[in-house]
Structures are given as C-alpha cells and as structure tokens.
Design a binder for this molecule. Structure first.
Ligand code: FEO
Ligand code: CA
Ligand code: CA
Ligand code: CA
Length: 674
C-alpha cells in the first residue's frame, strides 16, 4: 500500500436503535436542528411558506425531495470562495422529485387536463437549490436573499457541452442546432470537483415523458430501439400529466408540451419543430458553478447518458487524469467511470471561471463500463466509437459516431458485455487509498432470479415484508473496487463485497453474510459518502457513511444512516452461498466477501416516518454534519397526513410533512462520529 496507512481507531458514538418514531434519532451527545425545508423562501421578497397548498413561486423557494448535497465554503464576507470555511458557505442540493399530494390544497385537482398553476408549481419544485448558510453562536441558519442564492429548475437554460454537442439527435424546437437545453429534472445524487463546481445527475427523467401509442410508426427503427432501451416505450403516459396543460400565455406552452415526446408529423423531420428529441436533452451530468448565480449550467455529454445516480471523483492528483465514478440506477444497469483526457493541474483549483475549467477536464476523455468477473477481478470496457463492436455494423444498434455512443450509453454498454448490477446507486471513494465503494440498493425476482445471479450480485432469497414475499436481493449490498496499481485510470481492478444488507434475524450463512447485529443491520443502501479528508486532523480514519432508501425492512424500522470504518478490498475471501427461491428450490453462487464489518459499522441515525435518508456533507472541519431527509410521510395525502416531520422534531403533532436539510452537531463541539 503506497497510498495510505489507516490507523486503528474506534467509532466514537453509541448505536441508535431501530425505530419507527416520527423524528430523527441521533446518538446521545448529539443534537439535531432543522435548517432548510421544502418551501422555505430563498429569494428576496418571496413570502413565508404557509404549507397549506396555497403557496406559489417555487422558483424562489426550496424545492421538494432534498437529495444529493454539497457544502461550498465562502469567505467571511462577500461572494468569494473559501474552500476551508466551516462557518459560512453555500449549500447546493438536488430536489429530486415531489410529493404532489402536499403541494396543493387538496392534492392534485382531478380532471383530464392539469391546471397550469398546479403543474408549474410541481415543475418548479424540481431541480437544484443554491442557498447561503451561516453559523453564528453555534447555530446554523440559511440567508433569505443571499447574493448567490439561486433555484435551477426544469425550465432553466443550459448548454450542451462535449462530444454530443450539436448532434442531430439533440436538435429541438428550443435549440435547432442541438447545442442548448432547457432545464434539469430528477436530480438524484451528485458530485463535486476540485475547482469548486457542483455536479448534479439526472436519474429517472424518462418517467416524466409521455409518448403516444402509434409513435413508433413515425420514427426510424434506430430511434425506437433507443427510446425503448431508456424506458420510453410508445404508450408511456408520463408522470404528472404536465403535457395536458394549456398555458394562458402561449409563450409558456413549451414548459408543458415538451413533456410529450411524440412525433408531430406536421413538423420538420429533423426535430427542430417539435419535441420528438426532447428526451435526449436529459440523462446527463450537469455542471453548476455555485459561486456565479448568472452562470449557465453545462450538460457534460462525455460522461454519458443514462439514469445517472451520481458522479463522484477519485482524489485529484497533480499530473494524473481526473476520474469520476457513476452508477446508473435501474435494475440490471451498469457501473461506469469517466477518465479525463487532461492531466490535473493543481493551479486550476483556484480558477474563477469554473465552467471553463470544467470544459478542460470534463469534455474530453474516455467513458468506461465495468465488467465484474467470477475471478474477483474486473475490467473497465471503453465506450469508444469505432473500436470493437461499437460500429455501424453492430446488429443490435448501428452506432453512427461517438455522439451516438454517448447519447445511447446503455446500448453501447449492452453490446460490450458489461455486468448487470442490482441497481447501482451512489459511489464513494476512500480519500485515503482510492478504493471505490458502490451501493447496489436491491433487486427483484424477475431481474435477479434464482438462476440469474453472478459473482458480483450473488444473492437470491426471500425477506418478507409483513406477510408479503419479497424475493430477489431485497436488502441490497455494497461492492467495492481496488484499481490495479491503485491508479484510478487503470483499466482493470480487484473487487469484493464490503457488506450485505440484511435483518440480523436472517440466515447467517447465506443471507446475513456480513454478520450484522442489532446495532448495524440495514437494508437497501443508497446514499454513500466518505468523510472529508480535511477533518479529524488529516487522513487518519476516513469514515464511510451509508444511507438507506428502503421498502424491505420498513416493517421493522424507518430508513437510517450508518457510519463505518471499512477495511480494504481483499481482506476477506472467497465464499460460496446457497440461494433459495420459491418452492424451496436452491442454487449455489460463488463470490468474494470482505471481512465482516463487526463493530466497525454502527447505526448513527434513524429518520422519521416514510422518509428516505439521502444527501450528506460536512463542513471542512468535520464538526457540522448536513443530512437530507427526503419525502417524510410520502404515502399520505392532504386529508390523511402520515408524518408531521419536521414539526414533530420539536414535539408538534400537526403540519404537513416537508423534506428538509438537518444539521447535526456534537454537544461538545467535536468531530462528528469520532
Ligand atoms: Fe434517486 Fe437512485 O435514487
Ligand atoms: Ca422485512
Ligand atoms: Ca438515490
Ligand atoms: Ca434509491
């Protein structure tokens, strides 16, 4: 190990018990405060949030469904970056989705066509927030009217950048030369860069689009293959029915019509007159400069188009190529990395034209997809047009050029023979040694059948929720990689499985393989993050934080967050497990299992009812922890509220639930979790 020594240490908190309470529970010696809630006004002049369904102007408020998040330090005054500040900064966060029932007085109004006022509220509650936060007297507040405060929504103008910019498949009524886009949606996890920009990732964008029955007849065979591969089969209704709105002002009609990606045969065949290519504008990683409220976000097409979960960097090393790791969150999708073509120059960390630095490192490079082999080794397969099977002669899909490979990344990964994973969610990189962790949140029986496991996705079993059978890999696992030579740009790696989700009561040989107990059993890992290398006096013990988004263990506990001090890839060994399917049928699968986590994995937090825990960062000193609580009470309605969080955090048992950012501090002011 040339890169690091991890010294022995202990997690410095007592585990929180599993529970179904309607509050955030943290260990003794820690406190929770609520910082930034759905609807909170961030622009000057926007009214306080009534939270009764009458509020408007979500383009000036916190959006809904807080998700991936990062803290960007600010100098004590003004708008200048200070990457080391732990008392003033910008919180930048994704607003992935909405709980529509709580956005309107009585939930969405029924009818064949949506009301414009309701649809615009729902649309603007998506996107990204940039909001100033400050600490004073130990308490954190957000600043309404902060000079850099900003909402980025599905309507915000953006630029397309990188190899696919200007491609015929990106030509739209908005951008007839295929160089521009409007908006970002379903922003899930995130990434950061060394030059102070934020990466937001477009995940389940396909679900918002309508595509009429019969649309295939008006498209090329290639176009139909591509649309179907991304979940846009003809007849898809599209979430929220926004395309049914008739705008009062015709200049606003595009905000709604663009969610219907059906070909209009009266319009130009190149897509410049209708919305037939609109879906190709989504599925990208988008770079945002949080320090310039007027900057135009750039969609980085070199990083591929998929259901992007996150885009997390390897450590930036002078003279080496920056690398970003990316999950594609759907059942049976793949794990990717992008290797920049440009060697990292440390001086670029201080540049102020951050998006120009992004052009330098994120617009040229190689996208790879992972194949996990039964040997415990793996290969990064390059998605490069003209090499191997990625040519016009391919029988599955005739690739035209590199833009076509990137716009249809999933098709390219299919033909390369990448490994289908159990829903790849967040990736995290150990700052001490460069090892890469990836959550595989869960899978179902049809996509991970008893005889369809592989070494990297080895389990098939049943975890009943109440009395409902739940076959497949219902509790998920966390896989990890060590790049060959500890070099992020390597084209091969070693892997093992760090931890398997499971209830502590499940079969210890074949299901609860990691030996989880009451202090750390979990299910459906999703959010994943290593503590900043700047805290705790340096690279002593980077903590791995695990957040859950679960439906399989929610009969026992609300979703949670755990902290770990993981070991290293290869510290366990080969295992063969016996899987069991319906009717008692069995099959064996060999795999590689990390050393059991034991006491180095511990539950730190349990969330309120019907929430998911997602999004995490700390201040550089590690003494303030920001966490997002997403969709508390998501199964309720305006007339049947199922959670009162965050009001319940201070004992109030009334009020519609709101997604929110919380602040956790240690009562003695120390570094969190140590
Ligand atoms: Fe938006 Fe994969 O969670
Ligand atoms: Ca269960
Ligand atoms: Ca997620
Ligand atoms: Ca999830």
């Amino acid at each position: 190990d040339t890169l690091v020594t991890i010294s022995p240490a202990q997690l410095g908190f007592n585990a929180v018990a599993k529970n179904k309470n309607d509050i955030v529970t943290v260990p003794d010696g820690y406190s929770v405060s609520v910082l930034y809630r759905m609807g909170d006004p961030i622009l000057s002049g926007v009214a306080a949030f009534a939270n009764n369904g009458t509020d408007t102007n979500f383009a000036g408020r916190a959006g809904d469904h807080h998700d991936g998040m990062a803290f960007f330090g600010l100098a004590a005054t003004g708008n200048t970056r200070d990457a080391n500040s732990s008392t003033r900064g910008l919180l930048v966060m994704n607003h992935e989705n909405i709980t529509a029932s709580y956005l309107h007085a009585n939930g969405p109004t029924a009818g064949a066509a949506r009301l414009e006022a309701e649809a615009i509220k729902e649309i603007e509650a998506h996107g990204v927030s940039v909001v100033e936060v400050t600490q004073s007297g130990g308490a954190w507040t957000y600043v309404q009217g902060g000079a850099l405060n900003r909402r980025i929504t599905p309507n915000t103008p953006m630029a397309l950048s990188g190899p696919a910019r200007g491609d015929a498949q990106l030509k739209t009524v908005y951008s007839t030369d295929g160089t521009g886009a409007r908006g970002t949606i379903n922003n899930c996890a995130n990434g950061i860069t060394a030059w102070g920009s934020y990466l937001t990732c477009e995940e389940n964008w396909a679900g918002y689009f309508r595509r009429a029955s019969g649309d295939n007849a008006n498209r090329s065979a290639k176009s139909v293959v591509a649309l179907n591969r991304y979940g846009l089969s003809q007849g898809a209704a599209g979430a929220n029915n926004w395309a049914t709105v008739t705008a009062a002002n015709t200049a606003d009609q595009w905000k709604f019509s663009k969610w219907n990606t059906t070909v209009d045969t009266t319009k130009a065949a190149d897509g410049t007159g209708d919305y037939r290519n609109e879906a190709n504008q989504y599925g990208w990683v988008v770079e945002i400069d949080p320090y310039d409220a007027n900057s135009v976000p750039r969609k980085r097409t070199a990083l591929g188009r998929m259901g992007h979960e996150g885009a997390w960097p390897a450590p930036f090393v002078a003279g080496r190529k920056p690398v970003f790791y990316m999950g594609d969150d759907s059942r049976g999708e793949y794990f990717y990395k992008f290797v920049s073509a440009t060697l990292w120059s440390a001086a670029d960390a201080n540049a102020t034209d951050r998006l120009a630095i992004g052009d330098k490192y994120l617009d040229n490079g190689t996208l790879y997809v992972a194949r996990f082999d039964a040997t415990g080794q793996g290969v990064w397969l390059p998605l490069v047009f003209g090499t191997g099977v990625l040519t016009a002669a391919n029988a599955t899909y005739a690739f035209a050029n590199q833009a076509d490979v990137l716009i249809n990344t999933r098709l390219a990964a299919d033909v390369l023979g990448a490994t289908k994973m159990d829903r790849p969610e967040w990736a995290a990189v150990n700052p001490a040694n460069g090892e890469v962790y990836l959550t595989l949140t869960n899978n179902n029986a049809s996509n991970r059948p008893l005889t369809g496991t592989n070494a990297a996705n080895p389990r098939h079993y049943n975890d009943p929720v109440g009395t409902t059978n739940n076959y497949g890999n219902p509790n998920g696992h966390i896989i990890r990689l060590r790049e060959t030579g500890d070099t992020p740009e390597a084209t091969s790696f070693q892997w093992d499985i760090y931890a398997f989700g499971a209830g502590a009561d499940l079969d210890a040989t074949n299901i609860n393989i990691s030996g989880l107990d009451a202090t750390n059993d979990f299910s459906s890992p999703d959010g994943l993050w290593f503590s900043r290398s700047s805290n705790a006096g340096g690279l002593v013990n980077p903590l791995l934080w695990i957040q859950t988004d679960d439906g399989a263990y929610t009969d026992v506990t609300n979703c949670m967050m755990l902290a770990a001090m993981p070991g290293r890839v290869g510290d366990g060994g080969a295992r063969t497990i016996t899987n069991t399917g319906t009717g008692g049928a069995t099959a064996t699968q060999s795999t590689f299992v990390g050393k059991a986590p034991g006491m180095q994995l511990r539950r730190f937090l349990v969330g309120p009812k019907e929430c998911e825990i997602t999004g995490i960062d700390t201040t550089p000193d590690g003494r303030t922890l920001f966490v997002n609580i997403q969709h508390p009470g998501e199964n309720g309605t305006a007339s049947n509220i199922t959670s009162n969080w965050p009001y319940s955090q201070s004992g109030t048992t009334a009020g519609r639930p709101r997604s929110a950012t919380i602040v956790i501090t240690k009562t003695d002011g120390g570094v969190i979790a140590l």
